[in-house]
Design a binder for this molecule. Structure first.
Ligand SMILES: NC(=O)c1ccc[n+]([C@@H]2O[C@H](COP(=O)([O-])OP(=O)(O)OC[C@H]3O[C@@H](n4cnc5c(N)ncnc54)[C@H](OP(=O)(O)O)[C@@H]3O)[C@@H](O)[C@H]2O)c1
Length: 246
């Protein structure tokens, strides 16, 4: 018996990076999965293909999580295809770093719209459309603990995700649904690696107990546990997934 047998999972932003690894681990663990993407249609279809080739069930659905109407359509499409939703993972996110002094308005608006409003949009849908005894895992970041210069707006969006998750856990707990946040440290994806010189990457990789970058697989395994019935008594928690960094 696989740990996620008979469960249906919706993972936002799972065309690439950590999300793509989560849906593949979910597929291996017996869940049927919906791969949400915004722009990366081909990559999302490759992920669907990889899961189906290994005997799993998956579909891809385009939706911009910052748009309430897209998110409603995403939930409805999942239920129309698989009959229910047991697991919601809010993984879609943007990181656009800048000092506060140099930050343009659109840097603020883009990150707020995807990272915060996107999570709000899905939680509101989940409050009526997620099945009883389901699981919600939202993505924050270890930068809410490390306080790095230039991460002001990004880390503020993630702090908002942690707070809304804790409140929502109390609001929806009577239906047996648990809600937690995962806080990855530096993890080898485009979001983290893009534009960083090798010495900066090495320095950041050296800030955890294992002296290496996290991998999408490190994070996805934690998400599988939090999506399973084994972790039901954990709720309203912010869980560091960072090799002891902070
Ligand atoms: N990597 C790290 O070091 C790290 C550390 C801490 C936290 N995190 C968090 O972990 C999560 C995943 O990050 P990652 O490193 O895997 O990022 P990534 O490689 O850049 O992938 C981001 C994913 O989000 C999707 N996305 C972006 N905007 C979207 C929107 N408006 N609607 C729907 N999907 C959207 C992208 O889809 P399309 O390509 O289809 O647009 C893509 O699948 C994020 O929440 C990030 O903040 C990452």
């Amino acid at each position: 018996m696989k740990i996620l047998n008979n469960k249906v999972a919706l993972v936002t932003g799972s065309s690439r990076g950590i999300g793509a690894e989560i849906v593949q681990q979910f597929g291996k663990s017996g869940a049927k999965v919906v791969i949400n993407y915004n722009g990366s249609k081909e990559k999302a279809e490759e992920v669907v293909h990889a899961i189906i080739t290994k005997g799993g069930e998956a579909i891809a659905v385009q939706a911009d999580v910052s748009k309430p109407e897209d998110v409603a359509r995403l939930f409805d499409a999942t239920i129309a295809h698989f009959g229910k939703i047991d697991i919601l993972v809010n993984n879609a996110g943007l990181m656009l770093n800048s000092s506060i002094k140099d930050a343009a308005d659109d840097l603020f608006e883009k990150q707020m719209n995807v990272n915060v409003k996107g999570v709000f949009n899905t939680l509101r849908e989940a409050s009526t459309k997620l099945a009883d005894h389901g699981s919600i895992i939202n993505f924050s970041s270890t930068v809410t603990r490390t306080i790095f210069p230039t991460y002001g707006i990004y880390s503020a969006t993630k702090a908002a995700v942690e707070q809304i998750s804790k409140v929502f856990a109390k609001e929806i707990g009577s239906r047996g649904i648990n809600v937690n946040c995962v806080l990855p440290g530096p993890t080898s994806t485009e979001l983290f690696l893009k534009g960083k010189p090798d010495e900066v990457i090495a320095k950041l990789a050296g800030t955890n107990a294992f002296n290496r970058l996290g991998t999408p697989e490190d994070i996805a395994k934690i998400v599988v546990f939090l999506a399973s019935d084994e972790s039901k008594w954990i709720s309203a928690q912010s869980i560091g997934a960072n090799g002891g960094m902070a």
